[in-house]
Design a protein around this ligand. Structure first.
Ligand code: PLP
Length: 449
């Protein structure tokens, strides 16, 4: 897109719309891509391009675009009751139905949910809930939340503070007090000389060191994504999660599994914690809960934490106008039923993820590819300047720009994180569509080499 080819819509957009995570100056020069409609795994833009969505929107359109069941659920609910709140001892039938469905799907001990409107709000809620829980337990000093460098937990003040991305902390004087960051289990980038499982153990034990440094009586929770998504699809070595679980149990620290990306089938299991066998106390969710059709999120809460709140004799002074929004809840329920009744998660696990992995692993021998990582329908391709010397691609910004430019990718949306290309296609992608995705990634690599 150049200035001369900008359409009227793009010009108006550049004049009036400040976009998230976008250089506004760049927007004025180059214009936006205006996506007008979508079907299955394909997007259609205002310039007539048909684009394969290798990111499922923003890691969220798990059931693909255009599902009538969700449209019907929204229409019927809007006719019946478009909105009512769940404050002050009120609720609505779709909110109740979704709460029950989530408790059936989640691990056995997670039978409660606090609804929010997004993943960021879920993490804000998690932070207040974790601290409030310990106060209710008579341990008010347990306040610090330990998170990881390079993690992404959202863009609200608490979400961005929990996130470990230093560029985000530079703006708005973050992080807020009481948040600490330890290293991520990024073996290929930060532990390549070590055995992966030894590296996994070493990095997990940074949690123990941090707890000992702060004093266990001051630490409320540890939060991490099962697989770090926006940070570059960082898949931990096998040794990592069991050690984290041991440490949280030993020092009485709440384990928070941020399932905003990994939840609802992305890993081939319903939740990332099912994949890694962890037992989180709190689980922020969003994105795939409604496949992005309407904004909704929540925090799944363990029986122990919920019982403590119920017995505290006090209110939890927290909530959003749209907590438990009935239309969003109806759409989320319809989405989960599609995932469940069509066996989409099992199909990812048994058929599609193995094919996705096998196909993308063929790229590992490409001259500029250092490593291909996949888990479920998450993928990362590490671009190298020099494979022998383990030198990463130099112009890191260029990777992101190329991944977003469909004239480079031949009509595929990917994302660049540093020198890593990442993907997270809709869970309904077929093997033929994976073949097409593969061809387009290969062409992008060839043109980048
Ligand atoms: N947590 C994780 C792991 C995420 O990936 C994201 C968004 O990408 C969030 C939280 C924030 O979610 P939202 O953008 O819905 O606020």
């Amino acid at each position: 897109m150049t200035t001369t080819t900008k359409t009227k819509l793009q010009t108006i957009d550049a004049q009036h719309h400040i976009h998230p995570f976008t250089d506004s100056g760049d927007l004025v020069k180059k214009g936006t891509r205006v996506i007008e409609r979508a079907e299955g795994v394909y997007l259609y833009d205002s310039e007539g391009n048909k684009i394969l969505d290798g990111m499922a929107g923003l890691w969220c359109v798990n059931i693909g675009y255009g599902r009538q069941e969700l449209i019907d659920a929204a229409t019927e609910q809007m006719q019946q009751l478009p909105y009512y709140n769940s404050f002050f001892q009120c609720t609505t039938p779709p909110t109740i139905e979704l709460a029950e469905l989530l408790s059936e799907l989640a691990p056995d001990h997670l039978n409660h949910v606090f609804f929010t409107g997004s993943g960021s709000e879920s993490n804000d809620t998690m932070l207040r809930l974790a601290r409030h829980y310990w106060a209710c337990k008579g341990k008010p000093n347990k306040q610090v939340i330990i998170a990881r460098k390079n993690a992404y937990h959202g863009s609200t003040v608490a979400g961005a503070s929990l996130s470990g991305m230093t560029v985000m902390h530079k703006q708005g004087a973050l992080p807020i007090a009481g948040i600490e960051h330890i290293n991520q289990p990024y073996w290929f980038g930060e532990g390549f000389d070590e055995d992966p499982n030894e590296f996994g153990l070493r990095v997990a034990r940074e949690l123990e060191e941090k707890i000992l440094e702060l004093g266990e009586d001051n630490v409320a929770a540890f939060i991490a994504e099962p697989v770090q998504g926006a940070g570059g699809v960082v898949i931990p070595p096998e040794s990592y999660w069991p050690e984290i679980q041991r440490i949280c149990d030993q020092y009485e620290i709440l384990l928070v599994s941020d399932e905003v990306i990994c939840g609802f089938g992305r890993t081939g299991k319903w939740f990332g914690c099912d994949y890694f066998g962890t037992k989180p106390d709190l689980m922020p969710i969003a994105k795939g809960i409604s496949s992005g059709y309407l904004p909704i999120g929540g925090v799944l809460i363990s029986d122990e934490v919920a019982e403590t709140l119920k017995n505290s004799g006090d209110e939890f002074y927290h909530g959003f106008t749209y907590s438990g929004h009935p239309t969003a809840a109806a759409v989320a329920t319809a989405n989960i039923k599609v995932l469940r009744d069509e066996g989409i998660v099992e199909r990812v696990d048994q058929e599609i993820a193995p094919y996705f992995s096998e196909k993308l692993q063929q790229l590992a021998s490409h001259p500029i590819v250092g490593e291909v990582r996949t888990l479920g329908l998450l993928a990362a391709i590490e671009l190298m300047q020099d494979k022998e010397q383990h030198l990463f691609f130099e112009d890191k910004g260029a990777v992101g720009t190329r991944c977003r430019d469909i004239s480079v990718t031949n009509g595929l949306v990917m994302r660049g994180v540093g020198s890593t290309m990442v993907m997270s296609p809709p869970l309904v992608i077929t093997k033929e569509e994976i073949d097409l995705l593969y061809e387009r990634v290969l062409k992008t690599l060839d043109d980048t080499a």
